[in-house]
Design a protein. Sequence first.
Length: 163
Amino acid sequence: MRRIWAPWRLEYILDEKKKGCIFCEKSKESKDVENYILLRGEKCLVMLNAFPYNNGHLMIIPYRHVGSIEDLKEDETREMMKLLSLMTVLLKKVMSPDGFNVGMNLGDVAGAGIMGHLHLHIVPRWKGDCNFMPVLSDTKVIPEALGQTYQKLKEGIDGNLGK
Ligand SMILES: [Zn+2]
């Protein structure tokens, strides 16, 4: 079976024309629900991917505009991993996936959609989910599904994980 791991594609196509860094912009705005920001830590935030490759596709993003892993500070790396662990627990609890893809696309050649601001993708996977991927990539279907996913995960955080 061919591995499907291309969450950057749509993001890249759709954000290409925008100026500036949408991660920096969104993190400064105070409309977390509209921006699908699920959780704010001290150094990083967790956001739903607006162009998800699968249900529950999350990104962990440092507040600081950093493009390379080696430029991350130790406390940023630590919180990123801590949030990764926390979000894995949350997704398991709320969405019962069979597995996860976790990774970063660093640099143009690797398919980074948002240049210059690294982010860690967490994509929950279910057995057989490749079959409905094309449906999920339809931008008309996503906004409603995103809102529902956001709500479910938010409730999961408030109910079980605390802050
Ligand atoms: Zn940025």
